[in-house]
Design a protein around this ligand. Structure first.
Ligand SMILES: [Zn+2]
Ligand SMILES: [Zn+2]
Length: 711
């Protein structure tokens, strides 16, 4: 970056030098007159060079040029450079360039084009600067060649100077340069400038339209992108693959559906790139079935589409499909797994708690030689930590040769989820001793760990030292952790005043922590105040309505609770359904609350009835406050009876061997009643229950939970 800064500042200083119009070079090459024989040789070499596409004959011609004493001929050298560049031997072209004693504009332009095409952007900008210093003035081809480098490097000042140069010298209309300028300004994020250039263009081609559309799309201006697209069609351009790709990348499913229709109409529906982009869009919008339909239509499926579909299934929580897809994928002859596909399957195992499957994939990693890959390694650790096998995570961490910050984060957060706050803090401080810089996620993990373990003072100290010791400005997630930390410690007023003092707009997670604390400490007055504030602030956020309604319900304020539920419905917002999953013999079973249509429902129900009877005899009573609806006590009991955690626990007790740990993953926070019941169950059946909820692990053993009822 320093190099870039130096070039930019030097160039901007150069700008103020007076410009001598006589120095302007035409785009035509200035050819020096030679004696006739030499000229003939030169022309024959030049014409051969023009046609050469392979290196061997190219080397021969190059040698002949050297023998004929023509090595100083700029015209031939330019041709040679061009030939080497098109044979993908750009380093040779660079050597020839540096040997030319009198470089002309064509030499520089070939060099610049090669540098930008080979991604040597900084070198291109430097070369452009050197060219200007030598007072060789660029023409439209040179400018069009170098503009992408300015855009990609974000050197706005230099880019603007070249634009000014273009205007000052009245080059006239040139669709390539103008399109290049639109692209450059879009890359800088200067959409107004981009649009200005675009609007003034007298001639536009599909590329120009695509450039402005993708500029808007990449900068998040969806409406503008669509407006220009419609304008484009009105002017008689139908759009090509790139137009559609830009519109798909807006990430709007409604737009995507419309574009899908146009793609079919325009005959691009079999284009692999378009199909992949559409699949990605549907997966991001949670329309996995639509993505799957496209996936099936693709004849020659590559690793990218297989991995994309894997992510789709895993994201939708459909574990059976995820694992079937993965098995099918590894059975394909042409598919060789890479670190992305392996990371995707591990993250699927992580989120559903599929430990046995995770172990199998780990074995596959060892077999395929990916164990030294740092990305795969951190996802293995993450899998073990999230599947509740902290010992495996620790062992793997110790065995890793190279560890990046992601690996450290995985273990720090793993300790946090298990309530081992001290270990988490210790590991975090170890990082500092070893000179590894933590990132945002590390701090979130360690603050969360302090919160889960009730280490209020330690957490506050880390938070306060964030900017001074780790050079980090706390973001909304860090604040949410600290609010949680204070809230759990009952220091609600401090938490609320911290939120009020936040230098930026608090994110949803901050308010969620605050409301959860109000709920836990039964501070309904503050809960009410915050609820009103945030529903006004974020009318479309479903989580708030649910939380607010739960706070009201707990306070017995059924009218308000009902109002927020109605608001929720009228805003067409739906609460995420809660589900719990359990892995039995490598197979995943998922239970939704009140899911009476589950294939194992009747036997589970009978088992669960006996179970409740057994724990009631030990003193358990349904915690009716855990139901946030104004219904009779019997209905409340029935709702609690059918909570997904209880169904999963009953199934686990029925199907797993005595003495083994019952591991359950719940997508939302475990409710008070299921938490209480789990304690009794662990004692009654002499089993360890490891339940991972949205926040942490609860390890129930002999009637006690590892969270110490602090979650
Ligand atoms: Zn529950
Ligand atoms: Zn617990």
């Amino acid at each position: 970056m320093n190099r870039l800064f130096t070039v930019c500042s030097r160039y901007c200083w150069r700008q103020s030098l007076p410009f001598d119009p006589k120095l302007k070079f035409s785009s035509k090459t200035h050819v020096v007159c030679f004696y006739s024989t030499q000229r003939q040789r030169q022309l024959s070499h030049a014409s051969i060079l023009h046609k050469l596409k392979h290196t061997k004959p190219l080397h021969q011609v190059h040698a002949q040029i050297l023998v004929s004493n023509l090595a100083d001929n700029v015209f031939l050298c330019n041709r040679l450079m061009n030939a080497y560049a098109s044979c993908k031997q750009f380093d040779k072209a660079q050597i020839i360039f540096s040997g030319i004693s009198k470089k002309n504009l064509v030499s520089w332009t070939i060099l610049l084009s090669g540098l930008t095409k080979n991604g040597l952007l900084l070198e291109a900008v430097e070369a452009f600067y050197d060219m200007m210093v030598q007072e060789i003035r660029p023409n439209e081809i040179t400018i069009a060649t170098v503009l992408p480098a300015f855009g990609k490097l974000g050197v706005a000042q230099m880019g603007k100077s070249v634009h000014c140069y273009w205007i000052r010298h009245n080059f006239g209309d040139n669709v390539f340069v103008e399109t290049g300028l639109v692209d450059m300004y879009s890359k800088f994020g200067f959409l107004k400038n981009a649009r200005n250039v675009f609007d003034k263009m007298r001639v536009r081609n599909v590329v120009s339209w695509n450039t402005i559309i993708s500029g808007y799309s990449e900068n998040g201006f969806g409406d503008e992108a669509l407006w220009v697209f419609n304008e484009m069609r009105r002017k008689g351009f139908s759009g090509d693959v790139f137009t559609f790709m830009s519109l798909i990348s807006l990430g709007d499913c409604g737009v995507g559906n419309g574009v899908h229709g146009l793609i079919v109409k325009a005959g691009y529906e079999n284009d692999q790139l378009v199909k992949t982009a559409l699949m990605e869009l549907y997966i991001n919008c949670d329309f996995v079935d639509d993505a799957c339909r496209i996936f099936k239509e693709i004849h020659k499926k590559d690793l990218v589409v297989w991995t994309l579909m894997l992510r789709g299934f895993s994201k939708s929580g459909d574990w059976r499909k995820t694992i079937d897809h993965f098995n099918e994928m590894i059975g394909e002859d042409e598919i060789t797994l890479d670190s992305i596909s392996l990371t995707t399957i591990f993250s699927g195992c992580s989120s559903s708690g599929a430990l046995q499957q995770g172990r199998r994939v780990h074995a596959l990693v060892v077999k395929t030689g990916f164990q030294d890959d740092i990305f795969v390694g951190s996802s293995i650790m993450d899998m073990y930590a999230n599947c509740g096998s902290l010992i495996d995570a620790e062992t793997y961490f110790e065995s890793m040769g190279k560890k990046d910050v992601v690996c450290w984060n995985a273990l720090i957060s793993g300790y946090g989820m298990f309530g081992c706050g001290n270990k988490s803090v210790e590991l975090f401080l170890n990082m500092k001793c070893l000179g590894i810089s933590p990132d945002d996620s590390t701090l979130v993990s360690v603050l969360c760990a302090c919160s889960h373990a009730g280490l209020v003072d330690c957490g506050l100290e880390i938070f306060e030292r964030m900017s001074e010791s780790w050079n980090m400005i706390p973001n909304s997630k860090h604040y949410a952790c600290v609010v949680d930390l204070l809230g759990r410690g009952g220091r609600l007023n401090e938490a609320y005043s911290l939120v009020k003092r936040m230098p930026h707009q608090p994110g949803p997670e901050v308010y969620c922590s605050l409301l959860a604390a109000c709920r836990a400490h039964r501070n309904f007055e503050m809960g009410d105040e915050i609820s009103r504030e945030i529903i006004q602030l974020r009318p479309k956020d479903v989580g708030y309505y649910v939380l607010a309604s739960n706070v009201y319900a707990l306070a017995g304020n059924w009218d308000c609770a009902r109002t927020s539920r109605i608001l929720l419905k009228s805003n067409d917002l739906r609460k995420n359904p809660g589900f719990s999953s359990i892995e039995v013999n490598g197979e995943m079973f998922t239970f939704m609350a009140s899911q009476t249509c589950h294939p194992h429902y009747s036997e589970i129900k009978e088992f669960l009835k006996d179970l409740i009877f057994k724990i009631e005899a030990m003193g358990y009573q349904f915690d009716l406050n855990s139901v946030f609806s104004d219904v009779s006590d019997d209905v409340k009991k029935d709702i609690l009876f059918h909570h997904s955690e209880k169904l999963a626990i009953a199934f686990g007790l029925m199907r797993t061997t005595t003495g083994s740990i019952i591991r359950i993953t719940k997508n939302l926070r475990i409710c008070d009643d299921c938490h209480l019941a789990s304690k009794f169950i662990s004692k009654a059946y002499g089993r360890v229950l490891a339940i991972k909820d949205a926040n942490r692990f609860h390890i129930f053993r002999d009637g006690v939970c590892s969270c110490g009822d602090w979650w």
